[in-house]
Design a protein around this ligand. Structure first.
Ligand SMILES: *Cc1c(COP(=O)(O)O)cnc(C)c1O
Length: 225
C-alpha cells in the first residue's frame, strides 16, 4: 500500500466529520487526538505539516525525547498523556504534557497537583474509568467514580474536565461508551475521551469529545506500546 499517513489522516478526519453529522452533532464537537506512540519524529512531521496539532503519547520518557524538538518547529501543539503514570514521573509529565487522560488513584492526583502548583501549570485532566472491571487494566471502578471525582476536585483541586475509558478488546465497545457517558452526565462532566482506531465512529455516536486514534493514521505499530 502506498497510502501515506497524510492520506490516512484525511480519511480519519472525513470519517469523524461524517459520524458527527450523522449523529446531529456539531463539526467541532469531537477532537482528534493523533496517537503517535512508538513512531519517531520523522513519521510525525508529515502529520503536523497536514495541520494536525493534538497528539497523544502513552510514555513520559518517550514524549520527552520527541516533543521538545517538534515544539520548536510547530506552534500550538497540544500533547495529551494517555498512558498510565507513575507518581515519580509527575514532574516530567506536568512539564511535557498539556492534558492528562489517566488520573485513576489518589496518589497520582495529589502528586500531579503538587507539581502543577510548583510549575504554575494547571493542566486539564480526565479520570480514567475501568468500565470493564478488568483486573489488569488501569482506571477506577465505575462505582467509585463519583466519590473519586469529588476527591480530585474538592480535596485536591484538580481541573477535571471529563472521563476516559478503554473498553475490553473482546467486547462490543458501545455499552462501555454508554456507561462512561452516563457517569459523566450525572456528574456534569462535558468531556469524553473514548474511541480508538477500531471504534472511533461508534464512540462519536455515544458522545465522544476526544477520539484517540493511532494505527489508523500512523500505520501498524511494530512493537507493543
Ligand atoms: C495506543 C492507544 C490508543 C490508540 O490505539 P489505536 O488502536 O492504534 O488507534 C488509544 N488510546 C490509548 C490509551 C492507547 O494506549
Amino acid at each position: 500500500m502506498s497510502e501515506t499517513a497524510t492520506d490516512r489522516l484525511n480519511q480519519v478526519r472525513d470519517d469523524i466529520s461524517a459520524a458527527l453529522r450523522e449523529h446531529g452533532r456539531g463539526q467541532t464537537d469531537a477532537d482528534l487526538v493523533a496517537v503517535s506512540k512508538t513512531f519517531p519524529v520523522e513519521d510525525i512531521r508529515p502529520v503536523l505539516d497536514a495541520g494536525q496539532r493534538i497528539f497523544g503519547e502513552n510514555r513520559v520518557q518517550e514524549a520527552m525525547a520527541k516533543w521538545p524538538l517538534l515544539r520548536e518547529d510547530y506552534q500550538d501543539i497540544e500533547l495529551h498523556l494517555i498512558g498510565p503514570l507513575q507518581s515519580n514521573k509527575s514532574k516530567e509529565a506536568v512539564a511535557t504534557f498539556d492534558v492528562i487522560h489517566t488520573i485513576d488513584r489518589e496518589k497520582i492526583a495529589k502528586a500531579l497537583k503538587s507539581e502543577m502548583d510548583k510549575q504554575d501549570r494547571q493542566l486539564p485532566c480526565f479520570i480514567q474509568v475501568n468500565t470493564g472491571d478488568e483486573p489488569q487494566k488501569a482506571g477506577i471502578a465505575a462505582t467509585e467514580v463519583d466519590a473519586f471525582l469529588s476527591f480530585c476536585r474538592e480535596d485536591v483541586g484538580l481541573d477535571i474536565i471529563g472521563l476516559m475509558c478503554i473498553p475490553p478488546v473482546d467486547e462490543a465497545p458501545g455499552p462501555h461508551f454508554a456507561l462512561l457517558e452516563k457517569i459523566a452526565k450525572r456528574n456534569g462532566l462535558e468531556k469524553l475521551s473514548m474511541g480508538m482506531s477500531s471504534d472511533y465512529e461508534t464512540a462519536i455516536s455515544f458522545g465522544a469529545t476526544h477520539v484517540r486514534v493511532g494505527s489508523a493514521i500512523f500505520g501498524h505499530r511494530d512493537y507493543p506500546a
